[in-house]
Design a protein around this ligand. Structure first.
Ligand code: FAD
Length: 320
């Protein structure tokens, strides 16, 4: 079926956009697809350093029984956005300000103004101090999301890097899949309460505080060489070092982040700043592609219905 490309979504710099979407991962691209199909004037601004591009193959994303590499999923979503005529600008948003009469000013490569903004900037994972950690993630040797890929390591020998309660909880999560789980602190002292230590011991998690560990990533899994001890051969290693929410643009406008640094929204994904919406990993909730997609759909639908309520008639409906 022939599709009429809606030229009205192409707005030049200076024109008041319906929405600027900051971030072009699953959350931002989903919001763009929905707002584009709502015939809204939208742009996506995305510096392109998101988490989805790091996924060797996602196995839990519904509809892909053979799994799908993150980069491929992203490519398909970007294609869908492009089909709607929505620009994806490869820029970093440096500043977000409110306009005195409502709406927002967004500074990236140039200055844009928009009635609404969706923040879909995600989080950045803290990686262990190894050379080429990114390559190890892409190879599936270093992992970042046990919810996503612990299943693939069922019955295998695995480890979590970290020292604190967060890393401990990831190690405990993995004991549902494996009896050989090690919490590696890489020589740092474990910062765990006596209760945490007892729980880990009862679950069979070994705490290893060996210093000067060297990583051998030349094989299929990971071998951790420990001075004075036998090498630890592992199927996979998870970083339990957490992630940093990319929430500065929101906090700069007065949004108070949750204790973990992420953004709290209402049921429609609107933040405490009217007109500023957020979706995906940057918000509190499960860091999953499906969650990001669902939140973006909610935000986009809400924005469209708010804008419709303020408009005398639907913009520029083409004659048949
Ligand atoms: C190794 C790995 C494996 C994973 N496996 C799975 C899995 O199997 N299943 C699953 O459901 N989830 C998985 N996840 C989680 C999944 O990747 C995230 O939940 C998902 O990417 C969140 O989407 P998002 O759009 O919120 O953020 P992202 O995908 O991180 O996208 C955010 C985008 O915003 C951009 N950005 C940030 N700040 C700015 C700025 N100031 N200006 C412009 N652009 C900006 C970033 O560069 C990025 O492109 C995995 C994550 C990792 C790291």
């Amino acid at each position: 079926m022939a599709v009429t490309r809606p030229p009205f979504v192409r707005a030049g710099a200076g024109a008041m956009l319906d929405c600027v979407i900051i971030g072009g991962g699953p959350a931002g691209l989903t919001a763009a697809i929905h707002l584009g199909r709502f015939r809204r004037r939208v742009i996506v601004i995305d510096v392109g350093e998101g988490r989805t591009g790091l996924i060797p193959r996602t196995w839990n994303h519904p509809g892909h029984p053979a799994g799908i590499p993150g980069a491929q999923l992203l490519h398909r979503m970007r294609q869908q956005v492009a089909e709607l005529g929505i620009p994806i600008l490869p820029e970093r948003v440096l500043r977000l300000d409110r306009l005195p009469r409502g709406g927002f000013e967004v500074l990236a490569g140039s200055l844009r103004v928009a009635r609404r903004v969706i923040l879909a900037t995600g989080v950045v994972d803290r990686l262990p101090p190894i050379a080429d950690a990114r390559a190890a993630v892409l190879a599936g040797q270093l992992r970042l999301c046990p919810v996503c890929d612990a299943y693939e390591a069922t019955g295998k020998s695995v480890a979590v890097i970290g020292t604190d309660a967060h890393a401990a909880s990831e190690a405990l999560f993995l004991t549902h899949y494996s009896r050989q789980v090690t919490l590696m602190t890489l020589g740092a002292p474990a910062q765990l309460s006596p209760d945490d230590r007892t729980t880990l011991r009862n679950a069979g998690v070994v705490i290893d505080q060996s210093p000067d560990v060297t990583w051998d990533l030349s094989g299929e899994g990971v071998t951790l060489d420990r001075p004075g001890a036998s090498p630890l051969r592992l199927n996979a290693v998870w970083s339990g070092l957490g992630a940093v929410a990319q929430a500065d643009l929101a906090t700069g406008l007065g949004v108070v982040p949750a204790p973990d640094g992420r953004i709290v929204t209402d049921d429609h994904q609107e933040t405490s700043v009217a007109g500023l919406f957020a979706a995906g990993d940057v918000t509190t909730g499960l860091n999953q592609i499906g969650t990001a997609i669902g939140q973006a759909q909610i935000a986009a639908s809400r924005i469209h219905s708010i804008l419709r309520a303020t408009e005398a008639r639907v913009i520029d409906v083409p004659a048949k």
